[in-house]
Design a binder for this molecule. Structure first.
Ligand code: HEC
Ligand code: HEC
Length: 274
């Protein structure tokens, strides 16, 4: 009898929390850059935004690749389904299976420096980190803990088809090489009016390494289907996104020796590269 009661109350609790999670979902919106306040705090926020959008130039002592954070976190982290930073301060600290422990926001940021930027990371209490956090706190204003923001992370694609890498290569040449180059190395200096940040490299030393989230098939396919080709995102089918993602992620890229410490207690996702 007692067991039945416990089971029933568990079920009840589970359904209540489901309802809560659904009703907590809030529509995506990001504050305007022009509303960054004046004064020293505003200066710190602006400095953080500059670092995130102009990373190699702003942090030459740390960054050895040609990627900036906003190449993936589009428009300085203000675009839904491009891993936005709106509300990110309320999502940390959180448990990470990859490190089998709790990860703070500065530690998560360091992860993207080391893996996605294939570079060194500024210390948790350093000036660049403080500026980055100030910007993310400002972006997250008015969003309380425990919310679920629409557009968080990457989109959930409705299927995960088997990719065909050869088809992906052809699609890359047809739809991606015009900006990212046949050799995947991007172009930095052309059409500066339309593309002030140029076209970032997709593989090689100057791009993300094999331990980055973007090196995983499902994540790359989701990002690409939603956001690429640039300014005509959503025009590839899911199958095409998987084909081209599979081609891109399997091009030569840097190793990440510290990867041996990942997923120490198991739970490695099926699309991890190692
Ligand atoms: C019209 C030019 C253009 C085309 C075509 C294009 N991209 Fe991009 N891509 C960009 C730009 C610009 C960025 C960086 C966006 C930013 O910084 O705001 C980018 C970023 C990326 C990124 C993340 C950053 C990186 O370097 O890893 C990936 C992955 C990517 N593109 C893949 C693709 C794939 C795959 C295709 C073909 C289906 C494609 N792109 C087609 C311009 C383009
Ligand atoms: C090559 C693409 C790429 C680049 C460049 C990149 N990131 Fe990321 N970032 C990702 C991916 C992929 C994720 C995981 C998104 C997901 O799974 O929802 C992520 C996640 C994050 C998160 C956690 C977001 C959340 O909602 O939990 C933060 C914070 C972050 N990145 C900061 C940065 C910073 C700071 C930089 C520059 C030093 C950077 N990223 C550069 C791809 C990139």
């Amino acid at each position: 009898m007692l067991r039945v009661l416990i089971l029933l109350s568990c079920l009840l609790l589970a359904s209540v929390s489901l309802v809560l999670a659904e009703s907590d979902r809030i529509p995506f919106s990001a504050p305007e850059e022009s509303s960054i306040p004046a004064g020293p705090q505003g200066d710190l926020i602006r400095r953080g935004r500059l670092i995130l959008t102009d990373t190699p130039q702003q942090l030459p002592d740390y960054v050895h690749s040609r990627l900036r954070c906003s190449n993936c976190h589009l428009k300085a982290g203000t675009v839904a389904y491009a891993a936005p930073w709106v509300g990110v301060t309320t999502r940390y600290p959180r448990y990470s299976r990859r490190s089998a422990g709790e990860v703070s926001l500065p530690q998560r940021i360091q992860g993207c420096f080391r893996r996605s930027l294939n570079s060194d990371a500024p210390a948790v209490d350093s000036e660049p980190m403080q500026a980055i956090i100030a910007y993310m706190v400002w972006l997250s204003q008015g969003i309380s803990d425990g919310y679920r923001l629409e557009g968080w992370g990457f989109p959930r694609l409705s299927e995960n088809p088997q990719p065909d890498r050869q088809r992906g290569e052809q699609l890359f040449l047809d739809r991606c090489a015009v900006c990212h180059g046949k050799d995947g190395q991007g172009r930095l200096d052309e059409t500066p009016q339309r593309y002030p940040y140029g076209f970032p490299p997709l593989w090689g030393k100057s791009s993300f390494n094999i331990a980055a989230g973007m090196a995983r098939l499902h994540k790359a396919a989701a990002f690409i289907q939603r956001n690429m080709p640039f300014s005509s995102g959503g025009t590839l089918t899911i199958q095409q996104a998987y084909d081209v993602a599979d081609f891109v992620i399997h091009q030569p890229r840097e190793d990440y020796p510290a990867k041996i410490h990942d997923w120490p207690e198991g739970g490695k996702p099926s699309d991890a590269r190692y």
